[in-house]
Ligand binder design. Sequence first.
Ligand SMILES: [Zn+2]
Length: 125
Amino acid sequence: MSPTELLGTLHRRGILLVPSGDGRLRYRPRRALSEADCDVLARNRVAILALFESDPVGWRAAVMANQVRWAIAILLPIARPGLRFEPGSCCSCGEPRNGRRLLCPPCVVATVRVLGTVPTAGAPA
Ligand SMILES: [Zn+2]
């Protein structure tokens, strides 16, 4: 199974997998993966991290899009839900903000992309 196929399989099983920002992978729910699944992830970790790194906006937008579906009024979608971030880091993914107020540049682009897909109440279809 290629890393791309593995990500698709996890997604279909409802497992959220994100790069933690420190070279590890994080997934939710915590008990969703068997020991065998964890072994496959560990063996493919570098390739999976490279996939995420090759599309920093895409993986953030995919995670945020799921949040927008269940909470139309959400103000700030989160790229790495459930993780704690250092003060001063991007409040969506925890990476350096590069002078931005709240979000790093990829999270700004991903947020605009995702929120642009939300229908506006009262707007013509
Ligand atoms: Zn960010």
